[in-house]
Structure formats: structure tokens, C-alpha cells
Design a protein around this ligand. Structure first.
Ligand SMILES: C[S@@+](CC[C@H](N)C(=O)[O-])C[C@H]1O[C@@H](n2cnc3c(N)ncnc32)[C@H](O)[C@@H]1O
Length: 205
């Protein structure tokens, strides 16, 4: 099964959940700035997009999952929020330079090999506005799922779907075109399991 196929129907039956804690913590760092536009990469059914839009941001949400974007579009209609939900592949995004004040990616940039990951991060540095902020959270090499399933690349394993586990050093390396404000390890319960993550905040100078 392809990765796109795996995610295609993933959001069909799920009840929409509350915004992720990472979204709330990210928002606390942007709420006092005069930011207007936010790109939510790999938004799923848009739980965090809905939160950011309800706080007044003009949100663009990207995901290649048919069920995720369909559900988000239904919720946008229902709630009358300002969200542009686009069903597309993160690898294919093509916004003009300096398009967004904020780029947000919650567990959506840890699916690609090193070459593609580098390309995506470099593209993000182009489309973020000067003085904008980028918030990224990925599974860490210290996560319990690391090493489980079929090894498909360096720090990459396929168990159900592919995950590319990040170290702090790797996150820093990928953010080479940003000014790094913070990279840190976090842990929390995710889908009922204690999980380990790398979180990063960067800006463009
Ligand atoms: C773990 S979920 C996170 C969803 C959402 N950010 C959240 O936290 O609720 C990962 C999401 O990334 C999306 N995704 C994975 N690879 C993608 C790709 N190449 N292009 C677009 N979306 C992708 C999946 O469809 C899925 O919705």
C-alpha cells in the first residue's frame, strides 16, 4: 500500500479532536505579533487549523488525505471559518516566496527520506516571510517505535506507514536556512502511548 493510500481514509470515521497541545503552545508565541497568515502542513482533519482560524488567523491547510480534507471542508462550512483547505502532496507545494507569517507542521514532516526532507525544509525557508515563525514537531530517534518494522533508510522504518525519526542534530541540520530559536526533546502520550518527539521553533532573518 502506498503512503497516500494509507492516509486516504484515515480520517473518515474519527471524531474531530481538540487542538493539539503543540498548536496551543505555538499560538502562545504568535498571539501578540501582528501575524495574519498560517500554513498548516499535513493538517489531517484540521483540528489545529480550526483552532488557529478560530483565533483569527487566515489559514491554508495542506494534506494529501482525501478523508482529511473532505472532513475539514465540511467543518469549515459548518463553522464559517477562514481556511483554504487544499488536497495536495507536501512535496509539491509551490507558494510564492514570503507567503506566510507562520508555518506549522505537527507530525507531518517525518515521512520523507533525507533528500526530500532537505528539499521541503529549504522550500519552507523560501515561503516563510521575513521575521515569520516556523513550528515543527517530529517523532524522535528515542521514540519507542524507532527500530520497529522494516528499515527503509537511515532512521526510517515502515510499520503500517513510514516514519523518519529525527534527532536534535538532524532537526538543526534541516533548519540550516532558518535562525533556530529552539530545538528540544519532549515526551507525551500520543494515541495512548508514551512517545518521544523533537520540537523546533525557527525564524527567517
Ligand atoms: C500524524 S498525522 C498529523 C495530522 C495533523 N497534523 C494532526 O496533528 O492532527 C500526519 C498527516 O500527514 C499527512 N501526510 C503524510 N504525508 C504527506 C504528504 N506527502 N503530503 C501531504 N500530506 C501528508 C497525512 O495524510 C496525515 O494527515
Amino acid at each position: 500500500m502506498s503512503e497516500k493510500e494509507y492516509w486516504k481514509t484515515k480520517w473518515d470515521k474519527r471524531e474531530i479532536e481538540e487542538a493539539n497541545d503543540f498548536a496551543r503552545r505555538s499560538f502562545s508565541q504568535i498571539k501578540d505579533k501582528n501575524f495574519k497568515t498560517l500554513l498548516d502542513l499535513g493538517c489531517g482533519d484540521g483540528r489545529d487549523s480550526l483552532f488557529f482560524a478560530s483565533e483569527g488567523l487566515n489559514v491554508t491547510s495542506i494534506d494529501f488525505s482525501e478523508s482529511g480534507i473532505k472532513k475539514l471542508n465540511e467543518l469549515i462550512k459548518e463553522k464559517g471559518l477562514k481556511i483554504n483547505a487544499i488536497q495536495t502532496d507536501i512535496r509539491k507545494i509551490n507558494f510564492p516566496d514570503n507567503s506566510f507569517d507562520v508555518i506549522y507542521a505537527h507530525l507531518s514532516l517525518h515521512y520523507f527520506d533525507d533528500e526530500i526532507t532537505t528539499q521541503i525544509f529549504d522550500k519552507l525557508s523560501r515561503i516563510l516571510k521575513k521575521d515569520g515563525l516556523i513550528f515543527i514537531k517530529c517523532k524522535s530517534v528515542e521514540d519507542a517505535l524507532y527500530g520497529k518494522g522494516e528499515k527503509v533508510g537511515k532512521d526510517m522504518y515502515k510499520k503500517g506507514h513510514i516514519r523518519h525519526f529525527f534527532s536534535e542534530e538532524y532537526m538543526r541540520e534541516k533548519l540550516r536556512n532558518f535562525k533556530i530559536l529552539e530545538v528540544r526533546k519532549t515526551s507525551s502520550v500520543y494515541h495512548q502511548y508514551e512517545s518521544n518527539f523533537i520540537e523546533a521553533v525557527g525564524t527567517k532573518t
